[in-house]
Structures are given as C-alpha cells and as structure tokens.
Design a protein around this ligand. Structure first.
Ligand code: NAP
Length: 260
C-alpha cells in the first residue's frame, strides 16, 4: 500500500531507539525525509546510518534534549516546515507519588505534556497554511488504563491527550490531523529495563517476567516495535485525513473492553 507521503518531511523525536526509531524507519520506507532526534549522539548517528542504508531516505540526525527549548529549536532549525511531526520522549520514572516533589512533576509535565504542545505550536500553523499535516503523539496505554506505579506518566500524558482532543478538532478542516498512539508493552530498552527491575524485585529471571506479561496479553506476546512504526506511518498517510483526535491503543488486546 502506497501511503502517498513520498517526499514529505518529518521530525521524529526521541528516535534513536525503540518506538521512535521504529516510527522513523516506517516513514523512511515510505520515502519521507527525516529529522530524527535523541540526546546521545553516537546511537543517534548510528540509527540515522541504519535507516539510510535500509531505505535510501534522507535522514538528518539532530542531537539534543527535546524537552528543552534548545533541543526543540535545533530540531526545528533542521526542518522548519515539517509535514509530519511524531512527538516522543522518554517516560517519567516509576515510583510512589509520596516521594515526588514539585520538580519531579514539572519534569514529567515538561517531557510528556508541554514538549509536544510547544512543538505542535511551532509547526501547526505552517501545516494549516500548506493544507497538510500529520501529528502523532506517542503516549501510553496508561492514558486509558492507568498504571499505578507510573503516576506521573498517567497524569502528564492524560493532560496532553485532553489538550489535543480540543485542538485536533480545530485544525482538522485544514487537513491537519493530530492523533495519539498508545503503546502497551513493546519490546524496547525501556520495557527490558522494567522487566529487569521486576525480576530483581521478585527474585525471578527476566524471561519469567516476560513470559508472565505475555501470558496476560490476549495476543500472547509483547509487541514488536516495527508493528508500532507501521501504525504510525498509517496515521501519517495522505488518506488518513479523516482520522481526527483518535487514541489508537496497540496493546495486543490487553485493555478489556467491548469497544475502543
Ligand atoms: P526507549 O527504547 O528507551 O527509547 C527512548 C528513545 O528516546 C531513545 O532514542 C532515547 O535516546 C530518546 N530520548 C529519551 N529522552 C529523550 C529526550 N529528552 N530528548 C530526546 N530524545 C530522548 O523507549 P521506548 O520504549 O521506545 O519508549 C518511548 C516512549 O513510549 C516513552 O515515553 C515510554 O514511556 C513510552 N511507552 C513505552 C512503552 C513500551 O512498552 N516500550 C509502553 C508505554 C509507553 P537518548 O537516551 O539518547 O536521548
């Protein structure tokens, strides 16, 4: 299926590894020119080289912390008029809310709510003027079904989701869409780290923890980041202009509901 986005320009944030990388790879396969970001220059450059080699796409690597003004400015300087924006950043730490102070919360809000909002603010009017825009926010399944020990993630991402629900409906008539992609468990470094912590805490092996998590998912496994990337590319397709303000859960059926 040709998604009709060859030659479009995208900024994919936090894309040297995991879900962001998978989104970048899938967009590159569609012929999209990329700016990808992450903080660690070595892994970012290596990923850019891998994507170029695999797809032949133009990929510019911009190292920086996307949760800072400077990081966002650098990404936008490399791609001032993106057609596609994939918002992503690392998630807040797990823990007990009694241990989190104001600075912890502000950091979580900066990373998982305000950073995407300020990037959207920087690009959305250009998209409206050009009559094409696809914005995908990588959030979490926790937006629909909170994860107790990830309270800052639950809160910050719900804030983004609420804001975007309103904005998406203001910009849709200009063929600019904003949607959320909600990952359940996908086998990335972050998930491996979570499994390793759980294994240590419960005196089990990482394999045992992963098998237990897989068994609790109707699909019987954790997700492959490549599957996530393909869903992102689909939301960015030329023909996806009528998918507006949706929150697409990719969790192998773990959220138990008759609808949505
Ligand atoms: P990951 O495998 O740890 O990859 C994170 C990527 O983001 C890396 O490329 C990292 O590179 C980059 N990054 C992190 N903080 C950044 C920052 N401040 N500025 C720029 N780049 C940054 O994580 P992932 O599993 O793909 O997760 C991506 C997002 O989805 C996270 O917010 C996570 O909480 C959420 N999520 C993931 C899952 C899952 O199962 N994987 C489930 C639910 C939600 P550098 O470290 O070099 O910057």
């Amino acid at each position: 299926m040709d998604l009709g986005i060859k030659g479009r320009k995208a900024i994919v944030c936090a894309a040297s590894k995991g879900l962001g990388r998978a989104c970048a790879m899938s967009l590159a396969r569609e012929g999209v020119d990329l700016v990808i970001t992450a903080r660690t220059v070595e892994t970012l450059e290596a990923t850019a080289a891998e994507i170029r080699a695999a797809t032949g796409a133009k990929v510019i690597a911009v190292a920086g912390d996307i949760t800072t003004e400077a990081g966002r400015a650098a990404a936008l300087a490399a791609c001032p008029e993106p057609d596609i924006l994939v918002n992503n950043a690392g998630g807040p730490p797990r823990g007990d809310f009694r241990d989190w102070n104001r600075d912890d919360w502000i950091k979580a809000l900066d990373g998982n709510m305000l950073t995407p909002i300020f990037l959207i603010k920087s690009v959305v009017d250009g998209m409206i003027a050009r009559k094409f825009g696809r914005i995908v926010n990588i959030t979490s399944g926790s937006v629909k079904s909170p994860i107790a020990e990830l309270g800052m993630s639950n809160g910050a991402r719900a804030g983004l989701t609420g804001f975007v629900a309103g904005l998406a409906r203001q910009v849709a008539r200009h063929n600019v869409t904003i949607n959320g992609l909600l990952p359940g468990p996908f086998l990335t470094d972050r998930l491996r780290g979570g499994f390793a912590e759980a294994a240590k805490r419960t005196n089990r092996t990482v394999e045992e923890v992963m098998a237990e998590r897989s068994a609790h998912t109707p699909a019987g496994r954790v997700g492959d980041p490549a599957e996530f990337g393909e869903a992102c590319a689909f939301l960015c397709a030329a023909s996806s202009g009528y998918i507006v303000g949706q929150n697409l859960l990719l969790d192998g059926g773990a959220f138990n509901s008759s609808m949505g």
